[in-house]
Design a protein around this ligand. Sequence first.
Ligand code: PMP
Length: 424
Amino acid sequence: ENTRRIIEKEDRLLSYTTRVPYYPLVVDRAKGSHVWDVEGNEFIDLLASAAVINVGHNHEKVLEAVHEQVDRFIHYTPAYMYHVPHTKLAEKLVEITPGDFEKRVAFALSGSASVDGAIKAARSYTGRNHIVSFYHSYHGTTIGSLSVSGYGSDMRKGMGSLVPDVHFIPFPDSYRGKRTEECLESFRELITMIVPAESIAAVIYEPIQGDAGILIPEQAFYIEVEKICRENGILLIADEVHTGFGRTGAMFASELFHIDPDIIVLGKAIAAGMPLSAIVGRKEIMEAWHTPVHFFNTAGNPVSCAAATASIEVIEEEHLLENAVTVGNYMMERFKDMMTRHECIGDVRGSGLMIGVDIVKNRESKERDVQTTAKICYRCWEKGVILAFFSGCVLRVEPPLTMTMEEAKDALDIVEASITDVEN
Ligand code: PMP
């Protein structure tokens, strides 16, 4: 049959490292919160292409912008020429990102490459080498972004020397007992014992750690991190590749914690699925480096830029931040209610439509139940819901921000039925 043939062919052709498939789903088309496979089966999408499709699949306004631009011209490198979609998007990004100061934008093609850009800009501006990052963080797979990722030593195996002078400290995890004060103490200790504060260029962080399984620090954590940084001329780099563009119910998660980062890294949902990423930073930082230290020939592609501007307008015009909060709260309540019937749910946490449901063997020990988690996702797929997980045992509930209450209800009915099936 179709699916089997395609998957066999993929297995013969594609490097394993680019793929971690959960179930044999060959996507044929998608619209809004729905996906159809090549067999004609329909799914409700709780994954949104890994938090990329915030405005829903193939939104009419995005399609129009893409078609209109494709008919004009597909690309001309902004290194040598100017084009309107590029300028228009930069203007929009400067306007909507946190921070009431003059900014500059630099585009790239992936979150990873933009993380590299943030590191380069921070080092170049401060004249300092050292970067502080966090355990469990995911920042990407280029050599630079891999070097600041604390996501697992497997990622680093066989890679040889990575970028030097990167240090890791723990990130707060209220569920599994990593306290705020403990993490702050590690930061202070790093500065006292290992790296003088005046050698540290930046702290890079995900405002809410995503791939780590949705870890949401308390405000007190960021108040103190920001204080240490400001007192010592250390830049704050917020990696909002995952949290950006309304995912958490705010346009950017930095707003939830009242932080104006010096550099903000954007990707994933920025262009509704078209390839694009960006860094937006303080003017003086973004002008302290030389040409062409952060340049990519096809970055700032006009079709991607047009899609991005249209997508941001959709978020604004359709009040998707409000919808993310309303539908997100409903979903979190439903999962909390499920906890009364399903022992395997250890914790439910989230902000907006960035929700994690922790699956454990035992609520006391909080031991991760990796097998049950994978089985729940597989059963959901069999029943018509696309659900994935991260951190081994955290169901990743991140649908398009356009999801309606009815769709959310239908999806969660299936998720609960799947949990029941797996338990029995
Ligand atoms: N930063 C964060 C926080 C991410 O979640 C990701 C992707 N999961 C990246 C960076 C890397 O983005 P990309 O895969 O587009 O390189």
